[in-house]
Design a protein around this ligand. Structure first.
Ligand SMILES: [Fe+2]
Length: 462
């Protein structure tokens, strides 16, 4: 595989890029319009509100064209465009349309922290993270008790986005909101009802009830490769039929797609179509491309492995965290890729100002986490947990992730470390040498805030 050119730019100023992008959009052939704009099937869900990191004191940016899509009947041309778009997603990954980008550019805020991401606890090989022992006594689970200990509540309306950055200005987490389309809320409610229904009728194994993440039933499904596996495998489940019911839901697929789009917001993956958008706004385009390349290679090499959501998700594994009141305890998902991000979507009906917050203890932030919204974090290396919701409320979650072992397996030429050592000692030595730099390489895939913060004054002037 080719190395990814992390800091690649296209040599044009932001202002020029924006003007060209909008001119291109306004002159675009209607046949190339984003189908979602025409209300076909909300295919523009993969365009979450881009992160324009401004000081919260500056306020919002309201740009023209910020109107929700109007539904119209689906035409043959729409269907053709949808098929074309889906083929492009499979080939290139998610990419926002200029119209979607323009529509979604609105208030966003950066949350500056003193987290030096280089110090996060990656393993020496760089593929996973070291173990985490929950503190004793347990950390407070009440907002005020945390505030008294110096934690800060981060307001989050679940629609606009907030980006979290460290002193090096790299974005390490994003509260990415959700699509502004009201039908998304309807889909969310459908998914919640299905979660409650399926969750109540499953007979869980002990390992699904008693796990390090908390005291709630959780079912993982998808392809993984970690402790105890010699190669990537599809996790067997006693509940395959019931889980497939959920996976086939339009609403759940829509949520998965949105998470991918938010993960991608992907100039790097869209440059083939329109290089002018490539400097506009991004959260983790290079990391997304990295995931896509590795997972595409894996499933091409091992076509018998089942790929949930087909090629439309770069996350090969998901977790269904059934309620009715999911509340994770302090943990890290240490077997996920150390510098990877996982997608967490909250589900249910609860007051997000009173419970369900995502707590990031490393940075002492208590992030409001409304139902239906998405948060992306490096779950292997950042300690995270939830605050409980009220007794009469419902909270569940849906997460997507990828184990670090999959990346190692692909790097090893689709072999285990031992097989590589036996079959190709020279390649093994080279891989071992690279492990010293893997963590830093991974961190460099995260986007820099400075790449997008320059956009703000330019946008304001337009
Ligand atoms: Fe987690």
């Amino acid at each position: 595989m080719e190395a990814i050119d992390i800091e690649k730019g296209c040599g044009l100023g932001i202002h020029e890029l924006l003007k060209d992008a909008i001119a291109l959009e306004e002159s675009a052939d209607p046949q190339d319009a984003d189908p979602g704009v025409e209300g076909e099937d909300s295919d523009n869900d993969e365009v979450p509100a881009p992160s324009i990191p401004v000081d919260p004191k500056i306020g919002s940016l309201n740009l023209p064209g910020d109107t929700p899509p109007n539904a119209v009947p689906q035409s043959r041309a729409n269907r053709q465009r949808k098929r074309k778009r889906e083929a492009e997603i499979l080939k290139y990954g998610y990419r926002p349309s200029p119209i979607g980008l323009k529509r979604h550019v609105r208030m966003a805020a950066s949350v500056k922290t003193d987290l030096d991401v280089k110090d996060l606890p990656a393993t020496s090989c760089g593929y996973a993270a070291t173990g985490h022992t929950p503190p004793k006594p347990a950390l407070p689970a009440a907002i005020q008790a945390l505030v008294d200990q110096g934690y800060e509540v981060v307001k989050n309306d679940g629609k606009t986005c907030k980006v979290f950055v460290g002193p090096d200005n790299r974005i390490f987490a994003v509260a990415a909101g959700q699509p502004c389309d009201p039908t998304y809320k309807e889909d969310h409610d459908d998914v919640c009802r299905a979660f409650l229904d399926v969750g109540a009728r499953l007979r869980y194994r002990d390992s699904e009830l008693n796990h390090k993440r908390g005291d709630f039933p959780a079912v993982n499904i998808g392809v993984t490769h970690s402790r105890g596996t010699k190669h990537p495998v599809f996790l067997k489940s006693d509940h395959q039929e019931a889980i497939d019911e959920l996976l086939e839901m339009k609403g759940l697929q829509r949520m998965a797609k949105f998470a991918n789009g938010a993960f991608s917001l992907s100039p790097a993956s869209m440059h083939i179509r329109n290089p002018l958008i490539a400097a506009f706004a991004t959260w983790a385009p290079n990391l997304y491309s990295y995931y896509k390349r590795y997972t595409d290679d894996l499933f091409e090499k091992m076509p018998k492995l089942r790929r949930i959501f087909g090629g439309k998700s770069v996350f090969p594994c998901v977790a269904f965290n059934f309620g009715p009141r999911v509340c994770t305890v302090s943990h890290r998902d240490q077997l996920n890729l150390s510098f990877g991000w996982c997608s967490i979507q909250a589900l249910g009906w609860f007051d997000p100002e009173r419970g369900g917050h995502l707590v990031l203890d490393d940075i002492k932030k208590i992030i409001e986490f409304p139902a239906g919204s998405l948060i992306l974090i490096p779950s292997a290396t950042l300690i995270h947990r939830n605050l409980p919701v009220q007794d009469h409320e419902v909270r569940m979650s849906f997460t997507q992730f990828c184990s670090g072992g999959i990346f190692r397996f692909v790097d090893n030429g689709f072999r285990t470390q031992n097989e590589l050592k036996e079959q190709d000692p020279q390649a093994c030595r080279e891989i071992m040498e690279k492990k010293k730099s893997r963590w830093n390489l991974g961190l460099s895939l995260w986007s820099k805030l400075s790449d997008v913060v320059q956009v703000v004054p330019e946008l304001a002037a337009m």
